[in-house]
Design a protein around this ligand. Sequence first.
Ligand SMILES: C[S@@+](CC[C@H](N)C(=O)[O-])C[C@H]1O[C@@H](n2cnc3c(N)ncnc32)[C@H](O)[C@@H]1O
Length: 216
Amino acid sequence: MPRRYLRKITHRLDFEKYLINGRELDENWRAESVFPVQQPLEVEIGSGKGLFMAHESVKTPDHNFLGIEVANNYAAYCALQLAKTNNEQGVSNAMMIAGDATPIFTTNLQDDSVEAVHIYFPDPWWKKKHRKRRIINPVIVSNIYRVLRVGGKFHFWTDVEEYYQTALELIKEISQFKGPFPVEEAPANDPMDYRTHFEKRTRENGQPVYRCYFEK
Ligand SMILES: C[S@@+](CC[C@H](N)C(=O)[O-])C[C@H]1O[C@@H](n2cnc3c(N)ncnc32)[C@H](O)[C@@H]1O
């Protein structure tokens, strides 16, 4: 059998191993079921190109990482980054779900079960009439609060000042989170200093990033 053919199949299998179809999950599905070792769980909503998932899962091997990305092609791209990272580093603490974070948070994540939730550079939905589509909305915020353990953290960064201020008001109004606590900008000496692709792009353009975290 030609060598190239074998390589292609192996690569495809690796990639699919890190990707769950969120549209097929039933109400009994639990995040714990996909990780070989039970350890603190961190969840990222809107993983984009997967930089955070790939780097953090290697940097923090004693935590599990679940990325949820609604765009199928980006979810697949993230899974490929995890497959590469796993091959290089031999870790198996990170998985991607292709699907909408809202029903997964509402149905599949249990109370007090998550160590940290991350939302970086969510889609801004600029037009006023579209703002109800923003991921930081009352349903997701109350579910983030519910699923975090006491002391667990919710990280929120954006480049849109209006979104940042509106989100902070909403979080204060409908949850009992402590914060917001400020986060200092890391020195960008190499690509590992950026948490996400959008952070890299924003900083390279010389634009400000609004960063904070909350604690339950
Ligand atoms: C502007 S991008 C930022 C990507 C990444 N966090 C970064 O900073 O580079 C926002 C991402 O959130 C995803 N997204 C939007 N709504 C979502 C939802 N309801 N559930 C999961 N992902 C979502 C989008 O498909 C997109 O990839």
